[in-house]
Design a protein around this ligand. Structure first.
Ligand code: SF4
Length: 145
């Protein structure tokens, strides 16, 4: 907590679940404004249970998309005026006029925070003109995890 983070992410397995919950409670006790995120195996299959019963956990992350290489970081895609990033793919809503939820089986997969930051830094340092906006291409960026 020395670094005064705004978000703390924990990798949560069955084996460290109890310790993770205790840590989340301790974090919230000393810094209630910090967003606590549980990620990886246990939250992937017990998200609803965790979010409903552990009030100190604000978000869960089901799985990462990072297994797919970044088109920018791998040098495939040049940075242009309309460069942008995906922080997640898919949508779990069900708007009748949109096929996104059907195509993603109503699931959302995310990139890690590190991957998104790496891409943003790369784009900003790779010739993105000043005052240009970096676009967010997510299907449902405002979804509340
Ligand atoms: S992407 Fe947007 S419009 Fe489409 S289902 Fe999700 S919330 Fe609805």
């Amino acid at each position: 907590m020395e670094r005064k983070p705004s978000v703390v992410g924990l990798t949560v397995y069955v084996t460290n679940y109890e310790a993770s919950v205790l840590l989340a409670k301790a974090i919230k006790r000393v810094a209630p404004h910090v967003i606590v995120v549980f990620g990886r195996p246990t939250p992937s299959v017990q998200a609803t249970n965790i979010l409903q019963n552990i009030e100190e956990v604000d978000r869960h992350i089901k799985d990462y998309l990072d297994k797919f290489p970044s088109p920018y970081l791998s040098g495939i895609l040049p940075v242009t005026n309309n460069a942008g990033v995906l922080t997640a793919r898919g949508c779990n809503q069900n708007c009748t006029y949109c096929n996104c939820a059907v195509l993603s089986s109503r699931s959302i997969l995310t990139h890690s925070v590190d991957r998104v930051i790496d891409e943003l830094e790369y784009i900003s340092q790779a010739g993105m003109p000043p005052n240009e906006e970096i676009q967010i291409f997510d299907d449902a960026f405002t979804h509340h995890f």
